[in-house]
Design a protein around this ligand. Structure first.
Ligand SMILES: [Zn+2]
Ligand SMILES: [Zn+2]
Length: 301
């Protein structure tokens, strides 16, 4: 199971009642933050999931609305007593910006490791999530992220019994170990059923839609995607600033064959995101517009 919370849904600048578009993800009691705009720690504190378990921050790019909240969040994590390392992922240029922001959050009780990526990398995220990234198209280095929770194949008790294997060996086989018993070797395939679908989500913001991104988000259970604008008439603006309007986000979800789309990163001029939601639904029916504080739980199917 994965829980996620939209700490904010605004692009460009925080507004009264709407924070910047960050998503906090919780899996196996561990936390990963996607983007970290100014003031992120405030809605996070209201959420009550705690700060100590934050093990990774995935930054899409180095615009202020996605990174300026870092000193405040690092301070909160320190204040919560974390001593284990914190991993920060981002595009080329991340180290320069994060090290600059660290000048006002210098004394931390935990090490901070920074990883600069170009797209195509794979890495582990807290809570046993498999992370990956792809290059986005925003005019500066920008990454889209994907996180997947794999699911073990079903353990078939009757097969284990038929092999005469004592119960104490079952769990090791279920978790992929080869074991020796009674002078014989047993491999997981002897007691496991078909592979089962895990849970996957993609976080795509501050980019034009591209074939690379729809391939990257293929078949995700949830696509979280920017909708900076809500009107096709804004296409010239979207092109100029390398963003999307709602129908483009929906087109990306459709091309990716995603199962569900949630829109976020709304321009400050969008007072009511329900118009973006209605527009996107004409292209991709299972769309909703995020509101600040929205919590979504993804379960194994
Ligand atoms: Zn932005
Ligand atoms: Zn940006």
């Amino acid at each position: 199971m994965i829980d996620l919370c939209f700490l904010g849904t605004c692009g460009m600048m925080p507004m009264p009642g709407r924070w910047l578009s960050c998503v906090l993800l919780r899996c196996n009691a561990q936390l990963t933050l996607f983007d970290c705009g100014e003031g992120t720690q405030i809605p996070w504190k209201a959420l009550g999931w705690g700060f100590r378990q934050l093990g990774a921050i995935c930054l899409t790019h180095m615009h202020a609305d996605h990174v300026a909240g870092l000193p405040g969040v690092l301070f909160m994590v320190a204040h919560a007593g974390r001593t284990e390392p914190l991993h920060i992922y981002g595009p080329v240029g991340t180290a320069y910006v994060v090290e600059g922001l660290r000048r006002i959050a210098a004394d931390l009780p935990f090490p901070v490791h920074i990883y600069e990526m170009r797209g195509g990398e794979q890495f582990m995220l807290p809570g046993n999530l498999y992370g990956s990234c792809a290059a986005a198209a925003h005019g500066i280095p920008c990454l889209a992220y994907r996180a997947e929770l794999k699911r073990n194949a079903e353990f078939q008790v009757e097969k284990a019994r038929a092999l005469g294997l004592p119960v104490e060996y079952w769990s090791r086989l279920q978790h992929g170990e080869t074991i020796e018993y009674n002078g014989q070797t047993f491999v997981p395939a002897q007691v496991l059923g078909e592979a089962r679908r895990g849970i996957s989500l993609a976080f795509i913001t501050d980019t034009r839609p591209t074939p690379t991104l729809s391939a990257f988000a293929y078949d995700v259970d949830l696509l979280i995607c920017e909708s900076m604008y809500d009107d096709p008439a804004d296409l010239p603006l979207a092109r100029e600033h390398a963003h999307m309007y709602a129908e483009e986000a929906a087109g990306l979800a459709k091309a990716a064959e995603a199962h569900r789309l949630i829109l976020t990163h709304f321009s400050p001029k969008i007072a009511d995101p329900s118009r973006a939601e209605r527009a996107a639904r004409r292209i991709f029916a299972n769309t909703s517009a995020a509101r600040d504080g929205l919590i979504v739980t993804l379960n194994f199917s």
